[in-house]
Design a protein around this ligand. Structure first.
Ligand code: FCB
Length: 463
């Protein structure tokens, strides 16, 4: 017995007929073939092979073996009726050392993927950077160094030269917040550094790299250019002014630290003031702030938003919690009663509307896409070889209805990508967390569409 009925197409959820429905993945999470065809090492290869860094000692060496099973995976996407597929290119497959020499076999893989998608009637949506920095660039200082931004723009040109004749939709970075703060401040992601100043320099250079790559691809004729940020609805735990200020700081360090430079061409003043008080404001500002925010605010054709959860925060530190939010020691996460996913993330679909409408208010004419949304659940309810993931199906249903509600209130939201097409390597959690519409058996690599996939296929169906 399932609690959610199959929808009769997207309009039955209130979505426009031309609304795009897709799914997303990322290279390191699914490809495997980590040393094949000349691929170089990325910071995630190094990190996942570092004892204690990833749960269970899991690595992306094999992952879903998508590198070898790509045609079969595209066939699955076709069965799901996807309009569009968001994937990322592994920089070290294309430039094994992060600069200079190009590995043609790496480019050929993505070229075959793009052709396979187009043959299946699925629009390819390419993300250039989903966290797999070539290790030699990290050895030279990584994102805290400005040179990495210049190398990123070169890499963007290389990928565009190979695929720009067929790929219309380009995203520079996926979730620069994660790259900067989990990579360089809390150290729970690659490269595992714990240096607040370095994480702020990384924020700046990720945005500079975005601007340089966007400018380069625009000159090369790319049609639609954007970036994807992970945004949170943020609320204070009470109307106590101290909790309200905690919410302001959390919104500042999670959302506005990227939205203001990207959309308004400035760093958020209150965030800079907090960082100055902690002695690290200049790490964000840098020596050429005007030039940098001008690059960061290079016009976009679309903004990608990844939404998973709401943060409810109160004043009062908890040991270690400040690590991912430099300068914000006095913040504590609370859950006022939302159900949680297997990641312990509170589920609140109204937060998605809130985020979409806040971004729309900042940049009224900018087309928006939800480039990731989804939920991890243990998926242990298997009957007759089926995975009856009603919890995930309900999550998707609620969040897509929130999209429809925001569109009804005038938000130019054009599409939605479920995270993820299939279960995969969930970073520091290894294979322990399952986000897929399609189940992956990690012993046999067999793919089994879950109940949520059936539901999604009914949603994508055009009458
Ligand atoms: C996002 C990432 C994606 C995946 C989901 C669960 O932060 O972009 O790769 O890990 O979370």
């Amino acid at each position: 017995m399932t609690s959610i009925q199959n929808p009769a197409g997207r309009t039955s959820l209130g979505l426009p007929d031309d609304f795009w429905l897709g799914a997303a993945t990322a290279a390191y999470q699914i490809e495997g073939a980590a040393t094949e065809d000349g691929r170089g090492a990325s910071i995630w290869d190094t990190f996942s092979h570092t004892p204690g860094a990833v749960l269970g000692g899991d690595t992306g060496d094999v992952a879903c073996d998508h590198y070898h099973r790509m045609p079969q995976d595209v066939a699955l996407m076709k069965e799901l009726g996807l309009d569009v597929y968001r994937f990322s290119v592994a920089w070290p497959r294309v430039q094994p050392t992060g600069s200079g020499a190009v590995e043609q076999r790496g480019l050929d893989f993505y070229s075959r993927l793009v052709d396979e998608l187009l043959d299946a009637g699925i629009t390819p949506w390419l993300t250039l950077y989903h966290w797999d920095l070539p290790q030699p660039l990290e050895d030279a200082g990584g994102w805290p160094e400005r040179d990495t931004a210049l190398r990123f723009a070169d890499y963007a040109r290389v990928v565009h030269d190979a695929l720009g004749d067929r790929v219309r939709y380009w995203t520079t970075h996926n979730e620069p917040w994660v790259s900067a703060f989990l990579g360089y401040a809390s150290g729970v992601h690659a490269p595992g550094r714990r240096d607040p100043g370095a994480s702020l320099r990384a924020v700046r250079h990720l945005l500079v790299g975005h601007g340089l790559a966007t400018t380069a691809l625009r000159e090369a004729g790319a049609e639609s250019l954007g970036i994807t940020v992970n945004l949170y609805a943020v609320s204070p735990a009470s109307d106590d002014p101290a909790d309200q200020d905690a919410a302001r700081r959390m919104d500042g360090m999670s959302n506005r630290i990227f939205l203001e430079p990207l959309l308004l061409g400035r760093w958020p003043e209150d965030v800079l003031a907090d960082l100055d008080a902690a002695g690290i404001g200049d790490d964000l500002r840098g020596p050429t702030p005007d030039e940098d925010v001008a690059l960061a605010s290079t016009p976009l054709d679309a903004l990608g938003i990844n939404y998973y959860s709401r943060h409810t925060v109160a004043a009062g530190g908890e040991p270690g919690a400040e690590l991912a939010y430099p300068g914000s020691t006095d913040v504590r996460f609370v859950n006022p009663g939302y159900p949680v996913t297997d990641m312990d993330w509170p589920v609140d679909a109204t937060g998605l509307s809130e985020v979409l409408e806040a971004v729309h208010a900042m940049s009224p004419s900018l087309p928006l896409y939800v480039t990731e949304n989804g939920a991890a659940y243990p998926d242990d309810v298997v009957a007759d070889g089926r995975v009856l993931d009603d919890d995930r199906t309900a999550y998707l249903d609620a969040h897509l209805r929130a999209c429809a509600a925001s569109i009804g209130r005038g938000v130019p939201l054009r599409g939605y990508f479920a995270w993820s097409l299939m279960d995969n390597f969930e970073w520091a959690f290894g294979y322990a967390k399952r986000f897929g519409l399609v189940h992956v058996d990690y012993d046999t690599l067999v793919r089994t569409p879950k109940r949520s996939a059936e539901w999604y296929a009914a949603l994508t169906r055009r009458q």
